[in-house]
Write a protein that binds this ligand. Structure first.
Ligand SMILES: Cc1cc2nc3c(=O)[nH]c(=O)nc-3n(C[C@H](O)[C@H](O)[C@H](O)COP(=O)(O)O)c2cc1C
Length: 515
């Protein structure tokens, strides 16, 4: 299948890229974490503070441990009961949860680090989420090698740590087949979004590099590009800036091959040729300079009613409390009227959180990085029920169409496991999934998914900070939603749906870890 067709189906008609008779072999399911064997391990501290302290001096191993746990550690054990008809999941299950959501709770990402701290040998480490420890994969100083793989656009010698966000393709392919490719980009973005928020709490400077020499980075980490590959590289320092003018690729010193044993539980891996082909098409052999990617025009240019949003709540709970209470409520949304102040706080918090720097030079011109937030509002005080678009520039709502759209959205869902009649705010992130393809080729698609995921995590944290739950969802009929927004003939489409509102958790026993 041609790449454009594959990516279009992935967004609009995912059933066309999944075999009709695809059956999930749960007995062959991998762990949601990778466990390296026979490698030196450094246990990280389990002392997690109740709140973050702003930067005081250099990063210590204890602070790094806390950082990693908050980004991607296992934070909760959940004992849940599910109706049998959903995805053939067993009736009861014990599951591990993190501060980030993940499609099907499969967490296809892994985190690797290049660390230069006083407390441990410099080198390349894997974050073992299952044991909250660091596993040494390769000892040594790789400043020059890494800087080169980033096109010499970052002074790695100034960075005490560089984080690599990988995708282990099988971790969610075993369930979602080719649809996994869309989830993998989004899941990576969600993890990056959480990482950026945690870095902000600790006042460390970060920049996302989406452009790098994939094979060179995978080689350094000992990854086999077809099984697991890095999607983003995020250096951390007290202060960072992208050196955008220097795209030189010096000749680098060779580093030897490493290949370490790890355990994932699956006995066999079913091949994934389509996903692999798209992935291999998106890897970079060189790093190019290109002009800032511009969005052509706003999606909605309606002249209908504009509702300015009032001042928002000034006191929000501490960040870690917000992370602890984040959950995808599923069937547990409960109908309550939402105040305009709550809605305003939700959107304002997202808007304020949305500034990060990436290597695409596109941060200056649009607060949501070429993405748009729209959705239906139902029984929000002082706002007529209807479809709205959020304008972050003046913190206002723009009416698209008045009415009660809950039935339409409920009908558009592929599984009826969430009752949208209980949900007062159902948001969509809209955007062009192929924006930037002219410069970045197929890689633009996964970058756009990651940018969407970052915004998803910000929305979820903002919802959690006002006591609401937000449930990211891809199980909806995209054509129906795009038609409602009247964007079916545009490049933009509905990238993800997030019902948000009050909830009351039932039918689950949860145990927070470190609490
Ligand atoms: C990108 C993405 C897509 C998701 N899609 C769905 C979906 O289609 N249906 C659904 O019920 N949940 C979906 N979820 C929610 C996950 O199932 C949920 O995050 C996971 O079970 C972990 O639970 P938690 O969010 O409460 O920690 C999605 C999550 C993410 C990050």
């Amino acid at each position: 299948m041609h790449t454009d067709t594959f990516l279009s189906h992935l967004q609009i008609d995912p059933d066309k890229i999944r075999p009709d008779d695809w059956e999930v072999d749960w007995n062959n399911a991998p762990y949601p974490f990778k466990i390296y064997q026979d490698r030196p391990k450094i246990a990280l501290s389990h002392e997690i503070p109740l709140s973050f302290q702003k930067k005081t001096g250099n990063l210590s191993l204890d602070k790094l441990g806390c950082f990693l746990w908050c980004v991607f550690g296992i934070t909760k054990v959940v004992y849940a009961t599910y109706p049998a008809h959903i995805d053939d999941i067993p009736h009861t299950a014990t599951m591990y949860r993190r501060f980030v959501p993940s499609g099907g709770a499969l967490y296809p990402n892994e985190l690797y680090l290049y660390i230069k701290l006083n407390d441990i040998p410099p080198g390349i480490y894997h974050y073992d989420a299952a044991h909250h420890s660091l596993v040494l994969l390769r000892e040594g100083n790789y400043d020059a090698y890494l800087a080169n793989a980033l096109g010499n656009r970052c002074d790695i010698s100034d960075c005490f740590a560089t984080i690599f966000v990988s995708i282990f393709f099988w971790k969610n392919f075993f369930k979602y087949h080719n649809f996994a490719y869309r989830l993998q980009g989004l899941d990576s973005g969600v993890v990056i979004g959480q990482l950026l928020e945690v870095a902000k709490q600790t006042s460390f400077d970060t920049t996302i590099y989406y452009q790098f020499l994939d094979e060179q980075i995978n080689h350094l980490l000992g990854l086999s590009t077809e099984k697991e590959s890095i999607y983003a590289v995020i250096p951390m320092a007290s202060s960072l800036s992208i050196q955008s003018d220097t795209f030189t690729e010096d000749k680098i010193t060779e580093v030897p091959v490493i290949s370490h044993n790890y355990h994932m539980k699956s006995k066999k891996l079913i091949p994934y040729p389509d996903l692999q082909r798209i992935h291999l098409q998106s890897i970079q052999q060189e790093i190019k300079a290109f002009p800032s990617i511009q969005r052509t025009k706003p999606i909605f240019q309606t002249k209908k009613q504009i509702t300015p949003l009032p001042p928002c709540r000034s006191h929000l709970p501490p960040f870690l409390e917000t992370c602890r209470s984040r959950v995808s409520p599923g069937a547990d949304f409960t109908k309550k009227t939402v105040t305009l102040e709550q809605l305003s706080t939700l959107l304002h918090t997202v808007r304020d959180a949305t500034s990060h720097s990436n290597d695409l030079s596109e941060h200056a011109d649009h607060p949501f990085y070429h993405l748009t937030i729209a959705g239906y509002l139902y029984e929000v005080e002082e706002v007529s029920n209807g479809l709205y678009c959020y304008n972050p520039a003046n913190h206002s709502l723009q009416l698209i169409q008045e009415g009660d759209f809950r039935f339409y959205f409920q009908q558009s869902m592929t599984h009826q496991h969430i009752n949208l009649f209980q949900v007062p705010i159902c948001l969509h992130i809209l955007g062009d999934p192929l924006l930037g393809t002219e410069y970045l080729g197929t890689r633009a698609y996964r970058i756009r998914q990651m940018e969407t995921g970052i915004l998803v995590q910000r929305l979820l944290l903002a919802a959690s900070s006002i006591g609401f739950g937000g449930h990211p969802l891809l199980g909806y009929n995209t054509k129906m939603i795009d038609q409602l927004y009247q964007i079916q003939d545009q490049k933009e489409t509905t990238l993800i749906q997030i019902p948000i509102g009050p909830f009351h958790l039932r039918g689950k026993i949860e145990a927070n870890i470190h609490n």
